[in-house]
Design a protein around this ligand. Structure first.
Ligand code: GLP
Length: 260
């Protein structure tokens, strides 16, 4: 894994640079989009480049990571609604170019396997944006998830429902109990994984993900097996890294900072 420790503005700029390169170099790019607060500064930066520099998403197809079960797309906290508000409606994606899981599907099992097929038919995901939960989950792959899992229904961990209660008027009982999520095996097929984590509450999860033993107890540790994974963290999220000084030194001496 490549670990980059920088401030929030620099992290957003670096990720936007990687996405911009992909969009300019590839005639049919496929992006993996994440919700949550971690990628928001990246989406703001992409929107800025769209408005001021003509960065276009017209040829991009995108797949979302996960969705709550039981929330209609119109619900303010459905991930479909959130991604529409934070990115899709602000740039120029073609209609139907952004795919999401349907948490209202009658057959959630079929919806999950159809989703894996749709990703494969699109040629796979070129660059997958990720955040991490305080319990080490990526997408909604909670502790105990199979490291080879495919897209499926999961029960949310209590910690995740507490963490996400802030989006539901602070009321944990309003947070859905189930979700649909790309599996860890699905996510690992993306060609480049780009994970952003900021804040001291992520420090233990970041330490485990980068430096801990690979284990389903910390699902993000599976990324240690990926040939091209980049972890971008601020000082607070990096505060428990044993090799923090080494990562800083490596990045400071990097010949081409834009490339990761
Ligand atoms: C949710 C999402 C994850 C996200 C995580 C962290 O549980 N399912 O995809 O990475 O929260 O969220 P945040 O970036 O808001 O800290």
């Amino acid at each position: 894994m490549e670990v980059i420790i920088a401030d929030d503005h620099e992290l957003a700029t670096l990720v936007a640079d990687a996405i911009e390169r992909l969009l300019r170099d590839d005639s049919a790019p496929v992006l993996g989009l994440a919700t949550g607060s971690s990628p928001l500064s990246v989406y703001d930066e992409l929107t800025r480049r769209h408005e001021r520099q003509g960065l276009s998403f017209a040829e991009v197809r995108a797949f979302m990571l996960d969705e709550y079960v039981g929330l209609p797309a119109s619900h303010p906290q459905s991930y479909r609604n959130v991604i529409d508000t934070e990115l899709v409606s602000r740039v120029d994606f073609a209609e139907d170019a952004v795919h999401g899981l349907d948490g209202m599907a009658e057959d959630l099992v079929a919806a999950s396997s159809d989703y894996d097929h749709a990703i494969a038919e699109a040629g796979g995901i070129d660059l997958q944006i990720l955040g991490i939960g305080t319990d080490g989950h990526i997408a909604f792959n909670e502790p105990g998830s199979s490291l080879a899992s495919r897209t499926r229904v999961k029960t949310l961990a209590h910690q995740t429902r507490i963490d996400n209660a802030r989006f539901f008027d602070g009321n944990v009982d309003r947070v859905p109990q189930h979700c649909l999520t790309q599996g860890l095996g699905t996510i690992m097929e993306a060609r480049h994984l780009v994970l952003i984590a900021t804040g001291g509450h992520k420090a233990e999860a970041v330490h485990q993900m980068v430096e801990g033993p690979i284990s389903s107890m910390w699902p993000a540790t599976v990324m240690q097996m990926h040939p091209h994974a980049t972890v971008l963290v601020d000082d607070a999220a990096a505060s428990r890294l044993q090799l923090g000084d080494y990562y800083r030194q490596t990045y400071a001496s990097k010949l081409d900072k834009e490339r990761f």
